[in-house]
Design a protein around this ligand. Structure first.
Ligand SMILES: *Cc1c(COP(=O)(O)O)cnc(C)c1O
Length: 423
């Protein structure tokens, strides 16, 4: 590991050596407070707008104006098959086979669709395990699914809780829960990376433990896609869902992603909520009465997809695909470690970092617990030009997305924070 230094020369030198530096100029940075270009550390909440997103969406607007309905076939990128343009890139992004991934709907919708397919509760085996500090939407989804099947949600949902006085989950505790509740657990759903703590998990290990007990393993990659190096196929994850407006920069409310492992996707008997876009492409427009599912993740599509959203996603995914997640993650590890270094250099005890210090157990986010009025600190940071975000009750999340953040940004952030802390 490089020896870090908390000064501008060092940060500038790191940026100069960074082969991914040029991608920063492919994104629009907002203004913030004193700065015409923000120090942007909220890419885990909403990624920045790629310059190409505007270009690609404009192409589709032009083709719509030019072709009308014929654009389904005649557009430069025909809309009928437009979603296929992001398939291979999405597959490489999450370590999947192309047939295992599809861009569709939004995240919570996809989570519900996957639960419809995979949550088959019986009287004996009806529980769903999730992290106690899971994102609320995930909790609402699993609770309502349990109720939908006639179960008492309080009984059906098993929270995986950190040990008293701790913020993070211990892997051992997750594995113990799987072992102990193996016969009553139907599904284990985990957020990788956890949205609040920034903790990442060993998916292969958890998947193996789940499968040894006959439990379905689902992963929410809202904070993992475009952040971690993922190998969903080899890790034997059963299903995964992610939004693409965070690290993947597809724009607010952008189209989401879904992974279904090959062994499930190839089983056309698998129950699902069906729609015409999941129907056999050869006969879709024969408009027949019987649903004939496409094999793989595509067979779980419902509607013809939103082309403008796909265009924005395509613009961003091209960067990830050109760079490769292994390369991007290498920069990310360094950049986040530098942020940690800069934060730890600030004297006083106003804040502490709750994200794991082990690089293998985190992505590009550090969650900072602030003792006094965190929301006030957030506002002060913003006035100085640094954009982070706040999560209840006392956490400021700082996320240097490696695609467009640099070492100088991180250094500047440390300087600003140190001045604010000193008062
Ligand atoms: C961001 C996020 C969501 C948001 O869900 P949408 O359906 O996209 O609104 C859900 N779950 C997790 C873990 C998230 O981080």
């Amino acid at each position: 590991m490089i020896e870090f230094a908390n000064n501008l020369e060092f940060a500038k030198q790191m940026d100069a050596q960074d082969s991914l530096r040029k991608y920063r100029f492919e994104f629009y940075f907002p203004r913030s407070g004193e700065r015409t270009q923000a120090l942007y550390f909220a890419g885990n909440s909403l990624g920045l707008a790629p310059v190409n997103a505007r270009k690609y969406i404009n192409e589709e607007l032009d083709d719509w104006a030019h072709f009308g309905v014929e654009g389904h076939f005649e557009a430069r990128h025909p809309w009928l098959s437009y979603h296929e343009l992001v398939t291979a890139m999405s597959a490489r992004l999450v370590g999947a086979l192309p047939e295992e991934v599809v861009a569709m709907n939004s995240l919570t919708v996809n989570l519900h669709l996957m639960l419809v397919t995979f949550y088959k509760p019986t009287k004996e085996r009806f529980k769903i395990a999730i992290e106690s500090d899971t994102f609320p939407s995930d909790r609402y989804a699993v609770q309502s699914q349990a109720r939908f099947h006639g179960f008492d949600a309080a009984e059906a949902i098993l929270s995986i809780t950190p040990r008293p006085g701790e913020d993070l989950l211990q892997e051992k505790d997750i594995l113990d829960i799987i072992e102990k509740h193996g016969k009553e657990l139907n599904i284990l759903l985990i957020g990788d990376v956890n949205y609040l703590t920034g903790q990442a998990f060993d998916l292969a290990k958890i998947a193996a433990a789940c499968h040894a007990q006959g439990i379905i393993f689902g992963v929410n990659l809202a904070h993992g896609a475009g952040n971690l190096v993922l190998n969903l196929h080899d890790d034997d994850v059963d299903f995964a869902v992610w939004c693409s407006y965070k690290y993947l920069n597809s724009g607010p409310g952008g189209i989401a992603g879904c992974f279904i492992h090959q062994r499930h996707g190839q089983n056309l008997e698998r129950q699902r909520f069906a729609g015409w876009w999941g129907h056999n492409k050869e006969t879709r427009f024969k408009m027949g009465p019987e649903f004939d599912p496409l094999p793989g993740a595509e067979g779980f599509q419902l509607s013809n997809p939103p082309i403008f959203q796909l265009a924005a996603l395509r613009a961003s995914l091209e960067y990830f695909d050109t760079i490769g997640m292994v390369n991007l993650r290498a920069k990310s590890k360094l950049l986040t470690a530098y942020l940690e270094f800069v934060l730890l250099a600030i004297p006083g005890d106003l804040f502490s970092i709750i994200t794991p210090s082990d690089i293998a157990q985190r992505g590009a986010q550090l969650s900072v617990r602030v003792k006094n009025s965190p929301q006030n600190l957030l506002k002060q940071l913003q006035a100085k030009g640094a954009i982070c975000d706040f999560r209840q009750p006392d956490v400021i999340r700082v996320s240097p997305a490696p695609l467009y953040c640099g070492f100088e940004d991180v250094f500047e952030f440390g300087q600003i924070l140190e001045k604010l802390v000193k008062g």
